[in-house]
Design a protein around this ligand. Sequence first.
Ligand code: ATP
Ligand code: MN
Length: 529
Amino acid sequence: MFSLRKDDLIKLGLKSAENVHYQLSPEELTSQAVARGEGVLNDTGALVINTGKFTGRSPKDKFTVKDELTEKTVHWNDFNVAFEEKYFFQLREKMVAYLSDKELWVRDCFACADPEYRLRLRVINENPWSNLFCYNMFIRPDEKDLETFVPHWHIIQAPGFKADPAVDGTRAENFAVISFTHKTILIGGTGYTGEMKKGIFTMLNYVLPVRADVLSMHCSANMGDNGDTAVFFGLSGTGKTTLSADPNRKLIGDDEHGWTKETVFNFEGGCYAKCIDLSEEKEPEIFNAIKPGALVENVTFIDGTNKIDFSSKKITENTRVSYPLDFISNALEPSIGKTPKNIFFLTCDAYGVLPPVSKLTAGQAMYQFISGYTAKVAGTEAGVTEPKSTFSACFGAPFLPLHPGQYAEMLGKKMRESNVNVWMINTGWSGGPYGVGSRMKLSYTRAMITAALDGKLDNVDYETDPVFGMQMPTSCPGVPSEILNPRNTWEDKAAYDAKAKNLAEQFNKNFEKYSAGVNEEILAAAPKA
Ligand code: ATP
Ligand code: MN
């Protein structure tokens, strides 16, 4: 085992850091967390911890250093909030001073499965379980890689360090600050582990399209036996992780991918799955990944046992488990697929208006990609407790430093070159809106996706959605035909028509800011309100 060169930490300012744990195994990290009273094992041997005050990301507290490099290239908006470099230096100095006399956990790892685009990361954590998260989620180097490991990027993460908004340039005590110039992400005041993975994702969403002509995507991906790749775009809670874990296909990854000239590759080395209402029957792959090495966040136990109560929202609805990709039995290694044959846009439509499966034209695909519609499901972000419709460009606006048009243009070009099928899947409500209808059965959604992938929807009849324009199959193997047209599932047809009109208006209103920059074909795909 290689030890960390002390020089490297001194360079960061961690002069007196004596007690540094470098590259510990999941077993060591798990037992340290238990010994420190920071976690317990559940009945299947996974480490169960509590992330503290924050059980979701805090997008309002994410900042990007505005400097020569980023000033004209970053698309400054609600998600890309400018931060002065002097505050970055100040915070880094304070964090380093805070960490200097503490026990530290350091991990070297990679982002990007494709060796050509691989970036070397060094993560410095304040506790063992945050470091286990990084072991699970980033790509694990082997001993040979470590011999010559020089990091490109650093993450310094200290949940116990609190900023002083009065003097540190932050909004609150918690923050995630990214500097592209200094290749550093500072995270403090929050123990939510997802900030680390989405910090690196944000970085890649800048670096890959700009420097390498690779389209970075907020999507999951898997591959069939004959090598056909499918990608699943979608905002949080729409089903990327759930639907990509398909026993009949090889998993490439559940959340972040890059599309090169020839390949689709995973940025990560693990999955971060929701646990709410998890059951062995409905999601066996994920359920069985909860075993030694997995890190389970913010769940509670059934009284008097150490069995996880998956139905409990006592701490949060956003309960999560992270685990390395190979905890899924059919994970592809290395996680690199080919140019996609099928693209799915997942949406969780709380209005119950959009069809459960439909086929999009190229213009509709671009329109939907730029719109990025879903109804946000409670819990992943602080302060969201009820479903609420959201438009998030490219299905990932909070993580995109560039103007959405840049990603959309790249996707449009790739779609034209590859002749890919594009489908829209509504994993949300049917039979009425949230409160009246119910969520689409997972087994039906899986059947629709399987049918699309297997070519079983190539020769069926379609009808056109009169408002949204997409093509809805009138039959689909394994799915009752009457649910394929959402209007049929509503008892009150007038209520359906009113909701459809309302949603169409929301789409049109949201699109106003993009309409000047897109072509006729895309404009023609707007819903008819
Ligand atoms: P994130 O970006 O936050 O990781 P995600 O897109 O990966 O989100 P999932 O973790 O797959 O989302 O969450 C989908 C949730 O919805 C799961 O808890 C799943 O069990 C549930 N669900 C219920 N019905 C369906 C359905 N028809 N299709 C997909 N998921 C469903
Ligand atoms: Mn996911």
